[in-house]
Design a protein around this ligand. Structure first.
Ligand code: IMP
Length: 200
């Protein structure tokens, strides 16, 4: 890999994601900075897949900053709903709030007479160099959507996502428990393993 100035730019404004990324990338011998710190522009998520959106963001931030950039895109897929909400997870309902998105999800599931349909969280994560070299990984976690939300932690669809590996919803899990099995934790550990030899 070419010289990226000993810095990796993390292309997210979400504090929870930044903390997870910093924790998992702690052995990588480079300085981690945010896209905000380098003044990189916000990128519209116009892609049809999680990978496309993550790639758009990573390339834009790598180009604007001149450093290696990491970006992710994630969401929830329910196979019985043709994989909705998918890449539209953040803006599934008209209001686009977590509460409204969760309500719409439960309404769509109930309208089809389904109980605890299988679902998965998906995270595509991409590292891009300013020269356009890409590293792409995907992490997934399987679960079920329950009718009544449970738990106060996390965000988005966490309270209705029951994770059999943990025996509780993501809304009931601690951040450490969630990171151990989550789509984002898995993608990030895969990406860290790919990048470590390149950066040492
Ligand atoms: P983003 O593109 O990664 O910011 O995620 C898009 C949307 O997917 C979020 O606004 C959430 O609705 C949903 N989502 C992604 N990851 C999670 C998660 O770990 N828990 C709950 N919802 C999530």
């Amino acid at each position: 890999m070419s010289e990226s100035g000993g810095k990796i730019v993390l292309a997210t404004r979400n504090r929870g994601k930044l903390r997870e990324m910093r924790e998992i990338l702690r052995d990588v011998a480079v300085e981690l900075i945010t896209a905000k710190e380098v003044g990189a522009p916000d990128v519209e998520e116009t892609g049809a897949t999680f990978e496309e959106n993550a790639t758009l963001k990573a390339i834009a931030v790598a180009t604007a900053s001149g450093h290696l950039a990491i970006a992710d895109d994630s969401g929830l897929e329910v196979p019985a709903l043709d994989n909705a909400p998918g890449v539209r997870s953040a803006r599934y309902s008209e209001a686009g709030t977590d509460a409204a998105n969760n309500r719409k999800l439960r309404t769509e599931i109930a309208a089809r007479g389904l109980t605890r349909p299988p679902a998965r969280f998906v995270c595509a994560m991409v590292a891009a160099t300013p020269e356009g070299v890409l590293f792409t990984v995907r992490g997934e976690v399987e679960g079920e959507i329950i009718a009544e939300p449970r738990g106060e932690s996390g965000f988005g669809y966490d309270p209705v996502f029951f994770c059999p590996e943990l025996g509780k919803t993501f809304g009931e899990a601690s951040s450490v428990e969630k990171e151990g099995v989550s789509h984002r934790g898995r993608a990030l550990r895969k990406l860290a393993d790919l990048l470590k030899p390149e950066l040492k």
